[in-house]
Write a protein that binds this ligand. Structure first.
Ligand SMILES: Nc1ncnc2c1ncn2[C@@H]1O[C@H](COP(=O)(O)OP(=O)(O)OP(=O)(O)O)[C@@H](O)[C@H]1O
Ligand SMILES: Nc1nc2c(c(=O)[nH]1)N=C(CO)CN2
Length: 158
C-alpha cells in the first residue's frame, strides 16, 4: 500500500457536487481508500485568470495502484464526470492531479511526480498543508508546510 496525495479542482457546473462525485468514484475503487480530506477552498483562477473561481481541495489516499494507474484512474473519473479537454489551464468540471506519491520522483511519458507546478500554487499548498504539513517534497527536500510558508513569503528559490 502506498500513500498518495491528490489535488481536486473544479470551476464549472455544480462545483461542490463535482468534488463529492469525484471522491465517491475514488472510494468505489477497491484499490483506493480515501484517508483524509481537506476543507474545500474557493480560489481565484491562477494562470488563465479570465475564468470562474475554482473550488479546490487535497485528499490523502492509500492505494495499491501504481502512480501511472492512479493517474489513469483520475483521468477516467474526469471523463466520467464529463470533462471535455479544451485548453490547458482552462475551465473544467473536475481536474484530478497526482501531487505526491510516497517519496517517488518520476518523469515518464504522461506523468511527472511530484506535480511539476504544485509548489507554486497556493490553491494546492494551502489545503495540502491543512491535512499533511509534515510530508516531505522529495525533490526540494522541504515539507509542505515549508513550501507553503515560502510561497506566502514570496521565496522563489525552489
Ligand atoms: N502529476 C500529474 N497529475 C496529473 N496529470 C499529470 C501529472 N503529470 C503529468 N500529467 C499529465 O498532464 C495532463 C493533464 O492535462 P490537463 O489538461 O489536466 O492540464 P491542466 O490541468 O490544464 O494543467 P495542470 O496539470 O498544470 O493542472 C494529463 O493528461 C497527464 O498525462
Ligand atoms: N484557483 C485555481 N486555478 C487554477 C486551477 C485550479 O484548480 N484552481 N487549475 C488550473 C489548471 O490546472 C489552472 N488554474
Amino acid at each position: 500500500m502506498a500513500i498518495a496525495y491528490l489535488g481536486l479542482g473544479t470551476n464549472i457546473g455544480e462545483r461542490y457536487k463535482n468534488l463529492r462525485n469525484a471522491i465517491e468514484l475514488l472510494a468505489e475503487n477497491p484499490d483506493v481508500t480515501v484517508r483524509k480530506e481537506s476543507q474545500i477552498y474557493e480560489t481565484a483562477p491562477y494562470g488563465m485568470t479570465d475564468q470562474p473561481d475554482f473550488l479546490n481541495m487535497v485528499i490523502e489516499v492509500e492505494t495499491n495502484l501504481s502512480p501511472t494507474n492512479l493517474l489513469y484512474f483520475g483521468l477516467e473519473i474526469e471523463e466520467k464526470l464529463g470533462r471535455v479537454r479544451k485548453e490547458v489551464w482552462g475551465p473544467r468540471i473536475i481536474d484530478v492531479d497526482v501531487l505526491i506519491y510516497e517519496d517517488l520522483e518520476l518523469n515518464i511519458d504522461d506523468l511527472t511526480v511530484p506535480h511539476i507546478e504544485m509548489h507554486k500554487r497556493e490553491f494546492v499548498l494551502e489545503p495540502f498543508n491543512e491535512i499533511a504539513p509534515k510530508v516531505m517534497h522529495p525533490t526540494f527536500k522541504k515539507t509542505i508546510q515549508e513550501l507553503y510558508k515560502d510561497l506566502k513569503r514570496g521565496v522563489m528559490d525552489v
